[in-house]
Ligand binder design. Structure first.
Ligand SMILES: Cc1ncc(COP(=O)(O)O)c(C=O)c1O
Length: 395
């Protein structure tokens, strides 16, 4: 969360004063419809037909996307080895099996390894735009088309980013966003799913509202009503996110400006090499990444006075080999609902080893990230760049 203030407070007050916090209601009775309005505005921003706001966060959005695609037991879904464990958890929560693939130097899914990991059971790929860095959607979409499998973009850390001028989330059949407190836009919690596919949207909407059958808006649905979860968003979430959306362009512009200042200020400096980007313009600018030839050098750079960097290998739950419940097959509320024990999943690739993606581990050990903030003043940016320059020169 970067910017939050009076506007959000004003809009939330309106919702509370009207005593209309439940999103389901009749617009004719003066219902505020903040969640509905946010969905329309978000769909327009991303450039897609449908958006669904969810209380369950990015995890729920990923689950709704997979459910919308009809993915479940008997299916494998490819996820990268560098992402929050929720990406793999969402696959398991719909009964499918995550297959872990390598990243490349961009820190995003390596298309070459994706192609190698595709099996007759693969039904989808989840590229993750980690730290706001766009994955190579052109290559990933082409692989998916060739193998007739789906793409669900995990944009949880990349609200509003783009690849080749097209918003992240609009390249795949669906895209999932998170609005928790660590994300670009925040309502404390919450998530959204976007898609152009009508039946995917209908299935996702039914899946995420256990009372969908009683809602007037489902009258025109072509998908028969089934029972699902309860991830309905509140009007308060809608009100906050509508204001956050108004701030989005400014936040991204400032993050990108600061990232560009690091790059112009440090390029051609001895000891400095930036992590490559699939699209520097579409990158959200949440971090600036450096790469070194060894872990020792990366650690020396990150530790140098004033740099304030971190090695992604140290980010715990974001590195596949620390996904203990996945490795140990501890999933679900009952052994019979554990995908690793489901008869339909027999024979799928579910034996993970700590070293199964050696390239991912090597890259994460040699990379240093500096987390940026859109409200950093000029002097602060200058001092940070100078610290990086000195640290690079002293390696
Ligand atoms: C890459 C990624 N995917 C999924 C999620 C899950 O989002 P949430 O915590 O909103 O459920 C997160 C959030 O931390 C994330 O960073």
């Amino acid at each position: 969360m970067y910017r939050l203030g009076k506007q959000e407070i004003y809009e939330v007050r309106k919702v509370i004063k009207a005593r209309k916090m439940f999103r389901v209601g009749d617009p004719k009775t003066g219902h505020l419809q903040e969640a509905n309005r946010f969905e329309k505005e978000w769909a327009r921003t991303i450039g897609v037909k449908h958006a669904l706001l969810l209380s369950g966060g990015g995890t729920a959005a990923l689950m709704a996307g997979l459910a919308g695609m009809g993915i479940g037991p008997g299916d494998e879904v490819i996820v990268p080895g560098y992402t929050f464990m929720a990406t793999a958890a969402a696959v398991l929560m719909v009964g499918a099996i995550p297959v872990i693939a390598e990243i490349n130097e961009t820190l995003t899914l390596d298309p070459r390894d994706v192609e190698k990991k595709i099996s007759p059971h693969t039904r989808a790929i989840i590229p993750v735009h980690i730290c706001g860095i766009p994955a190579d959607m052109k290559k990933i979409a082409a692989i998916a088309r060739k193998h007739k499998i789906k793409v669900l973009e995990d944009c949880c850390q990349a609200d509003g980013g783009s690849f080749r001028g097209k918003r992240l989330g609009s390249w795949g059949q669906a895209g999932a966003y998170s609005f928790n407190d660590y994300k670009i836009m925040s309502a404390g919690e919450g998530g959204a799913l976007v898609t152009n596919d009508n039946s995917l949207f209908e299935r996702a909407a039914i899946f995420s509202d256990s009372g969908a059958g009683f809602r007037p808006y489902t009258k025109n649905f072509t998908v028969p009503i089934f029972l699902g979860f309860q991830f309905r968003a509140t009007e308060i979430m809608g009100a906050i996110l509508r204001m956050q959306l108004q701030r989005l362009a400014g936040m991204l512009a400032d993050l990108r400006r600061i990232r560009a200042q690091f790059i112009t200020g440090l390029k051609d400096n001895p000891g400095i090499r930036f992590a490559p980007s699939n699209d520097p313009r579409g990158d959200c600018g949440v971090v600036v990444g450096f790469q070194f030839e060894s872990e020792a050098r990366a650690r020396a750079f990150a530790r140098a006075e004033g740099v304030g960097g971190f090695l992604p290998i140290d980010s715990g739950k974001h590195v596949y080999c620390n996904w203990e419940p996945v490795f140990k097959h501890r999933v679900g509320i009952h052994p019979g609902m554990n995908p690793y024990r489901m008869p339909r999943n027999r024979g799928l690739r579910m034996n993970y080893t700590r070293n199964m993606c050696p390239r991912t581990l090597d890259i994460l050990k040699r990379t240093v990230l500096i987390t940026l903030h859109p409200d950093w003043k000029k002097a602060r940016v200058r001092a940070r760049i100078e610290a990086c320059r000195k640290a690079g020169a002293s390696l």
